[in-house]
Design a protein around this ligand. Sequence first.
Ligand code: ADP
Length: 502
Amino acid sequence: MRIVVASSEAVPFSKTGGLADVASALPKALSQVGHDVSIIVPHYPQVHAKHTDLPDIEDIGVSLRVPVGQKIVEARVLKSHLPGTKVTVYLIDQPGYFDRPGIYVENDQDYRDNCERFVFFSRSVIETIERLHLAPDIIHANDWQTGLIPALVSIEMRHIAGYEQQASVFTIHNMAFQGRFWHWDMNLTRLDWKYFNWQQMEFFGHLNLLKTGITFADMITTVSPTYAREIQTPEFSYGLHGSLFSRRSDIVGILNGVDTEIWNPATDPYLVKTYTADTVEAGKTACKAALQKRLGLPVRPDVPLFGGVSRMTGQKGFSLIGQCADVLMDLDVQLVFLGTGDPRYEALMSQLAADHPDKVSTTIGYSEELSHQIEAGCDVFLMPSEFEPCGLNQMYSLIYGTVPIVRAVGGLADSVIDASDANRANGTANGFSFNDFRSDALFWNICRARSLFHDKTAWRKIQRQGMQQDWSWTRSAGEYVRIYERAIARQHLESECAGDEK
Ligand code: ADP
């Protein structure tokens, strides 16, 4: 199968969150089982400059003239590949839109022309496919930044000879980000205003690009089975449950996998000592001591070390940590956090570290190296999210023998099995999970983890369970292939029916 994946970010070229991991790990897994996969992403020179280990990017001498509103915007197509794979990466070079310090945001402010930038990008994906004769069986768009693509496929591309049966799949990584813009931005898309209605592209008077993707894609996926159910309810849909419910038979939740070449404690170059499920005790003891030393905490093997790596936002449950911080500090525990985001939560976590330097270390920033060391060195990983479409860190934690404490929502509910007596007895327990988004629920689970940590036999059993499960992309990639096949079959059927009607 020939597949083109369109994304606004992809590791190792650019990343603000889990989307970037998925946009490269899924193509890699699909290519490993014999599919022909290309990725199309924007070229962000200033963001790329921060990475030293990028593969070469070459100019292949292809220029595009992309219509955006009343303008024709010129761009070039650059070419690279995903390291260690056969996956080709095309980068759309348009310095006016993408040669900036940030990907979506600068100084905490969204770029004011984000709609124009990603309408341009969506159209340039279609132009690139046509110019390079990529002839994909599937165009796989992701999140609001490429939400226009399924509409362009459905409304325009299928009228072009050779693309009559073009199928599209749209993946929702996070309902909280919808790409809502004022109605006049509809002009940027160059689509007829008849599509600006409540059943297609309009949402309470605004253009909504996530809704556009949901409306026009042949199949819709989201990143965990639980989240697929949650987003059809008002609590998790940010207003789009109606659109999602009307397409409920076409929505499938597929849990993301983990790129086990990057996240593997047996080969991880960032660790002072690598380890497997059989050597987890010695490995983690060394990694924990190195982490405590690096972060200036007392080097103590006996104290349970809790960690967190994430965007510091309300979604990730920092308010709960703040609310139980006082009682938490009365316990003999250590906490380490790495993240950036909302200045409120950065200040909260920094203050906690300043007040309790022997117990808490907060690093404001982004560091691949430290994130790996936290995953390996901590005993427990905290993810008390308000909502979590899939979440990757709980799976990294399971692979690294770092027992996660999670709120049972979205992908967290699909990956973490609570250490209840019954689950421990039947051997399925791999972490701790709770339902209520409340600080006492989090605190109670921290206490549960802390007491079980001192029962070494019970702890090892929980660690081993997580480490021995299959969190790789191989499993998820197979499920995506089945969705692609459904989307293709639907298009074949629809175009045959359209042919019969003529
Ligand atoms: P989300 O996509 O909501 O941010 P995920 O858990 O799905 O959350 O993915 C987040 C990804 O970003 C993970 O790979 C995580 O390790 C990484 N990450 C987040 N913040 C940082 C940071 N400050 N430093 C290093 N990696 C980070």
